[in-house]
Ligand binder design. Structure first.
Ligand code: HPA
Length: 272
């Protein structure tokens, strides 16, 4: 991948949308609902965009939705790409780079995740304060793109402290119980084993999932502010004496996605 390829994709999207977006949003499994709240919506299927690949994950639509949310021009990924689908990491982070070239300043990311922290329950929302990358691959491997950022990218403030503060204040104002913690990313697609989950708890992880970390690293590299949330869709393997299913992850998104949606809309209104 080079900068030119990213610009070509961005140019196509720019030719379709009305306003330069200020905020990019990536929606996780079963969490696509916020895209329905966007006004003056323009939908751009990934398949139309030069150099894009399609999302095949369940609960993911596969299009950009651009328009106005809480009075702010946004571009939203309704459906993201995952490493476990077989895409190269550079494909997984490609849309983040396209949104950067389109002019976004902030990236908001959501996901469904398994609860590792024993004080968490299904349906809890967690603000991601930091992450552990256990995907076995860093998305910045390969030639650096100097137009975007440096070869060695600092990760000390990946989840922008001011935005985390704003999220906590806004959640308190809305009476939302917002947990905070560390997201650990595995490649998937198998869920983790109970032994892995016990190990991850010892390492300091609060939730586990199969996304978000590549996008957050790419965003950090190109200087975007990042705000990320997990919806605890299930307790991680071995926490409860039962099997995990794909369906419960999507169902929980539908059940509790609205709370996250309200929180994000209220935060965006304050980023005007
Ligand atoms: N593990 C990994 N990814 C997930 C989980 C999980 O338990 N739940 C939702 N995404």
């Amino acid at each position: 991948m080079n900068y030119q390829i990213i610009c070509e994709a961005a140019e196509y999207v720019r030719s379709k949308i009305e306003k330069q977006p200020k905020i990019g949003i990536i929606l996780g499994s079963g969490l696509g609902g916020i895209a329905e709240k966007i006004e003056n919506k323009i939908e751009i299927p990934y398949g139309e965009i030069p150099h894009f690949v399609q999302s095949t994950a369940p609960g993911h639509k596969g299009q950009f939705v651009s328009g106005i949310l809480s009075g702010v021009p946004v571009i939203c990924m309704q459906g993201r790409l995952h490493y476990y689908e077989g895409h190269a990491m550079e494909q997984v982070i490609f849309p983040v780079r396209v949104m950067k070239v389109l002019g976004i300043e902030t990236l908001i990311v959501t996901n469904a995740a398994g609860g590792i922290n024993l004080s968490f329950n299904v349906g809890n929302l967690m603000l991601i304060e930091d992450h552990i990358n256990f995907m076995g691959r860093n998305p910045l491997i390969g030639p650096n793109i100097p137009e975007l950022g440096p070869r060695f990218c600092d990760m000390s403030y990946t989840y922008t402290p001011e935005l985390r503060e704003l999220a906590k204040k806004t959640a308190a104002k809305l009476g939302i119980d917002l947990k905070a913690g560390v997201y650990l990313a595995c490649s998937g697609p198998s869920y983790e084993t109970p032994a892995e989950i016990r190990a991850f708890r010892t390492l300091g992880a609060d939730v586990v999932g199969m996304s978000t970390v590549p996008e957050a690293i790419a965003a950090s590299h190109c200087g975007l502010n990042v705000l990320a949330f997990s919806l605890v869709s299930n307790m991680a393997a071995g926490v409860l004496d039962r099997k995990l299913t794909e369906e419960e992850v999507i169902e929980e998104g539908k059940r509790n996605g609205a709370v996250l949606q309200n929180l994000i809309m209220e935060i965006i209104a304050q980023l005007k």
